[in-house]
Design a protein around this ligand. Structure first.
Ligand code: SF4
Ligand code: SF4
Length: 221
């Protein structure tokens, strides 16, 4: 966290990014689980997943793990296709979804090149004990207890870098709980931040940069 995050009166405008070091990720899925716990997502909806890849050729192969949250693209294809303007680049540069405006057409799911969006079919909620009693901190708005027939059921869901936690000056849940210390979060506009230093590494790259989406998730190879 930077001084700008702690001091809301600061005139310094933070540019939030997440850096993920692929050499440190051990594929334990702690981030996936802590994300689900933090955002109370139901079965079938995961804001963060860890993709597994096999690299090289037998017998010289190795496994690589690629954690994949939403990239919070600066030029988000999902926003461009939404017919009702329900998803857009919001405050703090985070791509958000207005659950009350979303009509569930799922065009944005098709448009996202990273597979970062899921549709909440409202299925299997009963598998989560006490799910209808927990508060829903969706995108910083306390929506009260979850109920059938109410949003976010029937709408599209995705990672927001835990915007509700950023508002409190905290890091995203996946960053805080990563046991491999592979995830970093901070302000790229602050040259002294850890993320700024890591982003300048020759190991840094972004997924599908050629599409011009300008993702805010930076990987280290
Ligand atoms: S990763 Fe997908 S959902 Fe996230 S901003 Fe980019 S296009 Fe939109
Ligand atoms: S930033 Fe928050 S919502 Fe996004 S993957 Fe991490 S824990 Fe999930």
């Amino acid at each position: 966290m930077t001084a700008a995050a702690r001091d809301p009166g600061s005139r310094h405008e933070p540019y939030w990014v997440m850096v993920i070091d692929l050499q440190k990720c051990i594929g334990c899925d702690t981030c996936t689980v802590s994300c689900k716990a933090e955002n109370r997502t139901p079965p079938g909806v995961s804001y963060n997943v860890v993709l597994e890849m096999e690299l090289g050729e037998y017998p010289n192969t190795r496994r690589a793990y690629v954690p994949r949250p939403c990239m919070q693209c600066d030029s988000p294809p999902c926003a461009g296709v939404c017919p009702v303007g329900a998803t857009y680049k919001g405050e703090s540069g985070i791509v958000v979804i207005d659950d009350d405006r979303c009509i569930g057409c799922r065009y944005c799911i098709a448009a996202c090149p990273y597979g970062a969006r899921s549709f909440d079919f409202g299925e299997n909620y009963d598998e989560m004990l006490g799910y209808t009693e927990v508060q829903a901190p969706e995108y910083g708005v306390d929506r009260g207890p979850r109920r059938r027939g109410e949003t976010p059921i029937g709408t599209v869901r995705k990672c927001t870098f835990c915007l509700h936690r950023i508002h409190r000056g905290e890091e995203p849940a996946c960053v805080e709980t990563c046991i491999g210390d592979a995830r970093y979060f901070g302000d790229l506009n602050d040259p002294n931040s850890v993320v700024a230093k890591l982003a300048a590494s020759p190991r840094a790259f972004r997924l599908k940069e050629e599409l011009g989406t300008q993702p805010r998730v930076i990987y280290l190879k």
